[in-house]
Structures are given as structure tokens and as C-alpha cells.
Design a protein around this ligand. Structure first.
Ligand code: PRX
Length: 660
């Protein structure tokens, strides 16, 4: 791989306010450096100290990192604990039973509140119900639930009895559920009759029925159904049971299953470079340690905070920063069933105001769509709301372009709140590279520096560390506690994809391009290496072109993919959403030319998109991720043959077929 040219230059820098430095758990660069130094000097001792301080163990571990079966690393392996005990019982035992654990706001605005004591009781009841139905430690349980307190209860109940959950996002199709049931050998499913999103009722249970009917699912002996919408729902006698019936007679206490630290906590399926999703397997002890630690250090979570992560529990962000992290810290969190644009695009700001949210964690794509909405309907702009309760903002899932960053910083955070741009992945379990609010001067668009103890680096295609200023492959040099343990049922694929022999076999390959700033060492993520383009021998991160496009005053959002080109190898194809209505004809051609000139000016003629296509929106999953594989097909003018079942807005595909 030749070096990725970085052409984004960002000079703005925002140091943390003095008051914030003083009150933060990790206060100032000296404290950060001391932690990094401790990890440098005694890596395994550093993590062992943290695991003792932040988790409650049933049996203390005597070994920290075990590398004897590398790359199948183990952490704290001879210790035993229970994740749900750590998230619930220990807070109740410490006198926090009456503290609010979750404030749940439904799609229609209805509120439910649950304390730690109440949550523990509900988790115990469901755990008992699962046990009563024969679910044993190590069994796989598929969870297909809407955003709900029950979603968290289901995950925690599995953890309590040592069952391994596999949460499937509510937007996935029956076929996807079927694949996951079969791949994991699932014995039970927890689902709901339906869900409410954006004022609509969407059925869920039929997809589970269809999945099981596809065959090969004979081991599924139980389906527990939470009644959310009350809509008609077929129940198969002997197999299906209503949640409320299953728990009615169950005790509100339940002895936790004390498991080894390496006992799998969950599988979470994610897309890889091949078509088959991979079941990323996480551990109990190491995973929970990082979930707790990142809550405390990245989000600086304090006793009086109201934390809100807008992710869905179907994605890793919802696992670590809804179902486990906030509870492991005894925090109060807000949880939301609906969508950011219903009843209008001011919903997020309205909720922050109402619930006095102090730490807010969302995705750049949400920010960008709300920027656009605020321009179209000014009454939904954040300035109309009292957002003074906010003290820390977070971003996750994709690179945040500097323009969106500045809007988030100024319009949402009132130029007071640091933005922690957290780089991580399903496979990493928790934050890997991120600012810490009381430590790190912020640079828009950079995820800055590794979390203390994480040994991130940028290497060339042979695994050689590159000097700062050169783009290359993002790697992690040492195993860390919350890392993926294996791909379920395919250990070889785990070893090959994450520890490739080309890099020497001992570096974790993230799959992203990155570059470190020559002066500060700050990391900038340049997009997936599979999204890196090579145009006429020049490598460029697609994110840089997108960011440049997005900085044009006409542009609301842009995505860039490569397509084969006879002359230049690859050509750049840009899909653009304007702040104004979608142009056509001569107007479209005119704006496309303006954008080409803009890119020429911002980056250089090499980055000029050959094709520009305008849409009212981009094809996105319901979680808001742009579906680049669809864009690549569109760019190549191929017929769409892929599964579009997770697509939020299939109507958009037709618009994007024509060049401007
Ligand atoms: O490309 C990186 C991007 O999202 C990928 C991981 O996706 P997933 O496993 O779905 O997890 C998303 C939530 C953690 C990464 O390989 N990514 C994630 N966070 C960032 C990011 N890219 C740039 N900046 C980030 N903060």
C-alpha cells in the first residue's frame, strides 16, 4: 500500500476550560501521561490494577494478560465475576437502590422511570424465567427488541445466568435473524410484538416467526414476547410465551452465575469484507472493565450526570454505552425509543432540555441531518432550546467533518462543552482513540490520542511503524482487555482478518487508514482501507473529499466512493445532498461544476469527482450509517442485487442513478 495522502489541514484548536480540567476524573495532561507511562512500564500490571479497582470480583484473579495462545489472548482468566452483579447489585448494596437507572422516553413522549432496585428485581425475574425454561450458562439467546427498558433487562438477564446474548437490530430482516440463529446455535429468542418509531407501529414478531420457519432452527425451544404495541401477534403453543406471563410467578431475586472472566458475554454480528456477517465474541471481565473505565474517563461520568447515548441497543454503541457502561458506573441514563425527526427535528434538543441531559453521545450523521433540518425548519434549531445542562458531547461511528463538528460545538454545546470524538469498533468493545474532556485540546475532525493504555499506531503494509505525518494502516500493538476474543465458530477468520501475517501476525489491524499529526501526534481516521481510493496512482481517503464537499455552503451531506475507470484506475463518484431542493437539468450541471471547482480549490484537481449525483438524501441504514456498498453499485451503474432490508429510505436509490 502506498502512503495515503492527507490533504486536510485543520488549524483550530480548543483547549479544555480550566474549570473542567479541575473537576475531571483524569485532570490535565500530566495525569494522562502518568497513566500512559504506568501502562508502558508494566502493561499487564496497569490493567490488573484497574480491573481490581473498577470491578467487583467474586474470586480475585491472579493472572492479568495471558499471551500463551496468541492471538487468542486472555485477561484475568482465573478470576470469577458476574456482569449483572457489577451493573446492579453492587450499587444497591452500596445504598443506591433508589437512584434512577433509566429514564425511558417512548416514541409518543410517554415516560417511564426505573431505579436500580427496580431494575435489579426485573432482571432477576427474567433471569429466573429463562432458567425455568432451561436456558443454561453458555447457551445463546437472540434478542430482537425495540429500544426499551426491556431490551436492557433482557441483556442483563442473560448476563446474570451466564447465557450469551446476540442482539439483532430491530431493522434487520427475517433472513438476517435466521442467519444469526443458525450461526450461533441459538436456543431462545426474546422479542416483542412490535415497535413504535416516528409515529408508526412496526411489527417485529412476524420476522422471528418467518426466520424460525426457514428451517435449521429446531434448537430454538423458547420465544419470549414483550407486549409493546398490543397489535395482533401469533403465538405458537409450547414455544412462545408472553414476557409478562413468563415473569409473573418469578422471584425478584436470583443468584448470579459466577463465571470466569473469559466467559463470553455476547456475540454481535457485524459486516466484514466478505458478504457473511461475523459474530464478534466478547468476554465478561475485560469487556466490562473497558465499558466502565471509558464511561468514567472519556465521559467523565459523575454521580449527578444524566447520560444519553442515542444509539440503538442493536449496535455495539448501545451495548457498551447503554446496556453495560452506564449501569456499571451506577449512572442515570436517558433511553429513547424513537427517531430524531419525530414529531420534528427538534426532538433531541427538546429531550436534552426536558431531562437536563449533561453528557450527550450521538453520531455525526444525526448531527448533519439535524443541521439540514434546522435550516429548513428554523423552529427546530437548537438555539430554541435550553441546552445549558450539557457539559460533554460525544461523537461516534464515523469521521465527523470539521463543519459538523463546529456546528455541534457551537450550536449544541454553546462553545462550552468538549466534543469527545471517540474512535472504536464493534471488535474493540469500547473507545480506543478519543479525547478526554479534562485533558485534551480538541481539533475538529481528529479523534486525538489513544485512551490511556491503548497502544495505537500507524504502520505501513509490512507492519513497520510510520513517522508522524505519514498515512498508513491503523493498528493496535498490544492486546487490550475489551478486545474481540474470536469470531464465533470461525477462529481462523479471526486470526487472519485481525492479525494478518503480512503485518507480522501480532498487530491488531483495525481496517482503517489513519495519520498522526506531525506536531501533536493526534490521530485522524481516514476511512476504511476498503474505502480508500487510488486515482491515477494517488491514494486519498474518501473522508477527505467528503469533508471538503461538506464544507461547501451549498452542501448538507456527501458520500464518496470509487468506481473502476479505464484511464485513472479508479474514478471518484460523489453523492451529494444539498441544503436546497435537489437540482435537475442545467441547474444540476452548473452546481456540479461549482463543486468540482470547489474541490479543486480545497484539495486539488486529483480529488475532483468525475461523477456527481444529487439526491434528497443518502441511502442509510435505520441506525443512520450510509450504505456505501449500495453507493458503489450505483456508481458502477449496476443493478442493485444486494439485501436492502436494512435501508431506511429505499426510494432514494432511483434518484442517485443519474449523473448531474
Ligand atoms: O471506520 C471506523 C468507523 O466505524 C468503524 C467501526 O464501525 P462499527 O464496528 O460499526 O462500530 C461503530 C461504533 C463504534 C471503524 O472501523 N468509526 C467509528 N468511530 C469513528 C470512526 N471513524 C472515524 N471517527 C470515529 N470516531
Amino acid at each position: 500500500m502506498s502512503v495515503i495522502n492527507s490533504v486536510l489541514i485543520e488549524n483550530r484548536i480548543f483547549p479544555p476550560a480550566e474549570a473542567l480540567v479541575e473537576r475531571s476524573t483524569i485532570s490535565g495532561r500530566v495525569a494522562y501521561d502518568a497513566l500512559c507511562q504506568e501502562a508502558e512500564t508494566d502493561y499487564s500490571g496497569y490493567w490488573a490494577r484497574l480491573a481490581r479497582e473498577h470491578l467487583t470480583w467474586k474470586k480475585e484473579f491472579t493472572t492479568s494478560l495471558d499471551e500463551s495462545r496468541a492471538p487468542f489472548y486472555q485477561w484475568f482468566a482465573d478470576g470469577t465475576l458476574n456482569v449483572s452483579y457489577n451493573c446492579l447489585d453492587r450499587h444497591v448494596e452500596a445504598g443506591l437502590g433508589d437512584k434512577l437507572a433509566i429514564i425511558f422516553e417512548a416514541d409518543d413522549g410517554q415516560l417511564s422511570r426505573i431505579t436500580y432496585q427496580q431494575l435489579l428485581a426485573r432482571v432477576c425475574q427474567l433471569a429466573n424465567a429463562l432458567r425455568a425454561r432451561g436456558v443454561k450458562p453458555g447457551d445463546r439467546v437472540l434478542i430482537y427488541l425495540p429500544m426499551s427498558i426491556e431490551g436492557v433487562v433482557a441483556m442483563q438477564a442473560c448476563a446474570r445466568i451466564g447465557a450469551i446474548h446476540s442482539v439483532v437490530f430491530g431493522g434487520f430482516s427475517a433472513k438476517s435473524i435466521h442467519e444469526r440463529i443458525v450461526d450461533a446455535g441459538t436456543v431462545a429468542v426474546i422479542t416483542a410484538d412490535g415497535q413504535c418509531r416516528g409515529g408508526k407501529r412496526i411489527p417485529l414478531k412476524p420476522a422471528v416467526d418467518d426466520a424460525i420457519a426457514m428451517g435449521g432452527c429446531e434448537m430454538v425451544h423458547s420465544v419470549i414476547v414483550f407486549q409493546r404495541t398490543g397489535d395482533d401477534c401469533s403465538m405458537q403453543a409450547g414455544r412462545d410465551v408472553w414476557w409478562h406471563d413468563a415473569v409473573r410467578e418469578q422471584a425478584q431475586t436470583c443468584e448470579p452465575e459466577w463465571v470466569g472472566a473469559e466467559h463470553p458475554l455476547f456475540l454481535l454480528y457485524t459486516s466484514g469484507s466478505t458478504g457473511k456477517p461475523k459474530g464478534v465474541q466478547h468476554s465478561s471481565g475485560g469487556y466490562l472493565l473497558h465499558a466502565a473505565l471509558t464511561m468514567k474517563w472519556t465521559f467523565d461520568i459523575q454521580a449527578d450526570d444524566v447520560f444519553w447515548c442515542t444509539a440503538d441497543i442493536g449496535w455495539v454503541t448501545g451495548h457498551t454505552y447503554i446496556a453495560y457502561g452506564p449501569l456499571a458506573c451506577g449512572a442515570t441514563q436517558l433511553m429513547f425509543e424513537g427517531v430524531p425527526t419525530y414529531p420534528n427535528a427538534g426532538r433531541f434538543w427538546h429531550m436534552i432540555q426536558n431531562h437536563k441531559v449533561s453528557v450527550f453521545y450521538t453520531a455525526p450523521t444525526a448531527i448533519r441531518s439535524l443541521i439540514k433540518a434546522g435550516e429548513i425548519s428554523p423552529e427546530t434549531h437548537p438555539k430554541n432550546y435550553d441546552l445549558t445542562s450539557l457539559r460533554i458531547l460525544g461523537s461516534v461511528g464515523e469521521p465527523i467533518n470539521p463543519d459538523a463538528w463546529m456546528w455541534y460545538y457551537e450550536q449544541v454545546g454553546g462553545s462550552r462543552c468538549p466534543i469527545v470524538d471517540t474512535f472504536w469498533q464493534t471488535e474493540t468493545g469500547g473507545h480506543m482513540i478519543t479525547p478526554l474532556p479534562g485533558v485534551t485540546p480538541l481539533v475538529p475532525g481528529s479523534c486525538t490520542l489513544p485512551f490511556p493504555g491503548i497502544q495505537a499506531s500507524v504502520v505501513d503494509e509490512t507492519g513497520l511503524e510510520l513517522e508522524w505525518g505519514k498515512g498508513g494502516l491503523l493498528v493496535v500493538k498490544k492486546p487490550w482487555p475489551s478486545m474481540i476474543r474470536t469470531i464465533y465458530g470461525d477462529p481462523q477468520r479471526y486470526a487472519n482478518s485481525y492479525f494478518p501475517a503480512d503485518l507480522g501476525g501480532n498487530l491488531y489491524l483495525a481496517g482503517d487508514g489513519a495519520m498522526r499529526d506531525p506536531n501533536t501526534g493526534y490521530f485522524t481516521i481516514m476511512g476504511r482501507i476498503d474505502d480508500v481510493l487510488n486515482v491515477a496512482g494517488h491514494r486519498m481517503g474518501t473522508m477527505e473529499i467528503e469533508s471538503a464537499l461538506a464544507s461547501n455552503p451549498l452542501v448538507a451531506e456527501a458520500a464518496v466512493v470509487g468506481r473502476p475507470d479505464d484511464v485513472t484506475g479508479e474514478a471518484i463518484c460523489a453523492f451529494v445532498v444539498l441544503k436546497q431542493a435537489r437540482p435537475s437539468g442545467a441547474e444540476a450541471a452548473e452546481i456540479a461544476n461549482q463543486l468540482r471547482s470547489w474541490i479543486t480549490k480545497e484539495i486539488g484537481p486529483i480529488a475532483k469527482p468525475k461523477d456527481i449525483r444529487f439526491g434528497d438524501n443518502l441511502p442509510k441504514t435505520r441506525s443512520g450509517k450510509i450504505m456505501r456498498r449500495l453507493l458503489r453499485s450505483l456508481a458502477k451503474n449496476e443493478d442493485i442485487t444486494q439485501d436492502v432490508s436494512t435501508l431506511e429510505n429505499p426510494g432514494i436509490l432511483d434518484q442517485l442513478k443519474q449523473n448531474a
